[in-house]
Ligand binder design. Structure first.
Ligand SMILES: [Zn+2]
Length: 286
């Protein structure tokens, strides 16, 4: 956080330096765009092939094959979900929230991709539909579906509040991945990563740049739907913060289930092919 009373005096040309206009780091025009219309056409003729219900303050894993869609829905009450994605065939290829943020911005919606970690850096999933796309940015700078938070976890909770709370999203995802894969708990934990905060409403305060959350605008019936670009193992935790209006890392807030449904299109989206790994030669200059 920036000091309210800086140690060093501003130089004479401070305002001139501050007035330099920003440049977007990664121009969206340079990104290969998804064929969104083709995805949505394929989705219109698709059959439901799977369903997973995640109980409050728990997590579960689910499989989605490349070319299938998966939908995360609010079903009983406003609830935030913490989403992890892994390559189903190689769990070390996992969602990279930081690079996704750099490419698409702080909050995701229709047409944005969830990108994988180095060295593969490729789209794992494309957001095909988002019923909360109307929300945009509110007057506080808040928006929905962020890639700026991490995931609530017992280590930060211990650091700040003391005590051992076991139903943070980090622990929920760790238990779910261990159960799904048979990996020892502490090996599974190392594969859990920063999330897409599904339905969560967050931002940075305008004056101090601090991470904030506020009550999610999600209501039962709302959903976000993804197209799987590669074979995926997903993990979704129903955050103990519920709608994240007040706190997380406790059993105080009302929490609700989330529903994951998987859909198989009858024909693949026109022109779509599962993306290969990133083309960088990995010589790193040697
Ligand atoms: Zn959480």
């Amino acid at each position: 956080m920036k000091l309210a009373n800086p140690t060093f005096p501003a130089p004479l040309d401070a305002e001139k330096r501050r007035d330099v206009p920003p440049v977007i780091c990664y121009s969206p025009e340079s990104l290969p765009l998804p064929e969104l219309a083709a995805l949505q056409r394929a989705r219109r003729a698709a059959d439901k092939v799977g369903e997973t219900v995640i109980k409050p303050r728990e997590a579960r894993c689910f499989h989605v094959a490349a070319g299938q869609f998966f939908r995360i829905s609010s079903v009983e009450g406003p609830q935030v979900g913490d989403l992890n994605l892994w390559n189903a065939a190689d769990l070390t290829e996992k969602f990279y929230s930081g690079k996704t943020r750099a490419l698409h911005g702080t909050h995701l919606s229709t047409g944005d991709r969830m990108w994988s970690s180095f060295p593969t850096l490729r789209p794992m999933a494309t957001i095909a539909e988002d019923t909360l796309d109307w929300y945009g940015f509110d007057p506080f700078g808040g928006a929905v579906h962020d890639v700026i938070g991490t995931r609530c976890d017992p280590y930060t909770h211990k650091l700040l509040a003391g005590g051992h709370y076991h139903h943070c999203c980090h622990s929920n995802l760790t238990r779910a991945l261990a159960e799904e894969t048979g990996l020892p708990l502490h090996e599974a934990e190392l594969l859990v990563h920063d999330v897409l905060n599904v339905f969560m409403c967050t931002g940075f305060t305008r004056d101090t740049g601090q991470y904030f959350m506020k009550a999610s605008p999600v209501r039962p019936g709302d959903y976000i739907e993804f197209f799987a670009e590669i074979d995926l193992l997903g993990g979704l935790s129903t955050c103990p913060g519920g709608d994240c209006s007040a706190e997380h890392s406790s059993d105080i807030t009302a929490c609700y289930p989330l529903l994951v449904e998987v859909f198989q299109p009858r024909t693949p989206p026109a022109g779509w092919a599962s993306p290969g790994v990133n083309g960088y030669d990995r010589s790193h200059g040697l």
